[in-house]
Design a protein around this ligand. Sequence first.
Ligand code: C5P
Length: 237
Amino acid sequence: MEKRELLYEGKAKRLFLTDDANLVISEFKDDLTAFNGEKKSSEAGKGALNNKISTELFKLLDSKGVQTHFVEMLDDNHMLHKKADVILIEVIVRNIATGSLTRNLGIKDGTILPFTLVEFDYKDDDLGDPKLNDQHALILGLVEHQDELDKLRRVARQINAILKPYFQNIGLNLVDFKLEFGKDSNGNIILIDEISPDNCRFWDIESGEKMDKDRFRQGLGGLKVAYEEVLNRILGK
Ligand code: C5P
């Protein structure tokens, strides 16, 4: 597969065209950003860890019948995947309250939620990714019909039902995570982007230690060691 011109550069990945119009290549960068790009850094090897973790999780989801954009991992920093039109909704799934949920609603940090919460944020950096309800999403034309919003919620819950016990098995609480979806060339809604400690929160079940990007957001240090530990547990090492 030939890597061709740069299509788009995001905060964590570069997207390249290929010689196949339906396939693109993501290059996972070592850059770290938080607070809508206000805090920036870089950690050598972070991109490769996220590529490897995402690859394993996409394979797992695929084996359970979730439609994703994943095709194959090409090398340490490159993933081949289907081209999709991005739906500008960040789907946030929460099992335990922390982060913006505790800030916005005053729910005590660490509270186990009575049921899995699925939220929508508008993927718009200029606006600071505000919360969306279904009517906002429809007025903005982010999807065409209510049933597409229903599908995003349904698939997000299905993914949580797969990933939560999977991570529990390897000693990690899946606290919350962000998913992105797109439409493939047939108009099917598929899971895109990445699933990694950059966009999930993992708390070690025994120690409570944070094993995700909160180490960077909160200046805790040890980010790469934590990401490596997540990958090693996934790989059963
Ligand atoms: O910051 P907040 O508590 O809303 O984040 C919820 C989850 O969504 C966290 O796992 C965070 O890593 C992820 N997230 C993300 N990208 C964003 C916002 C949140 O990956 N722009």
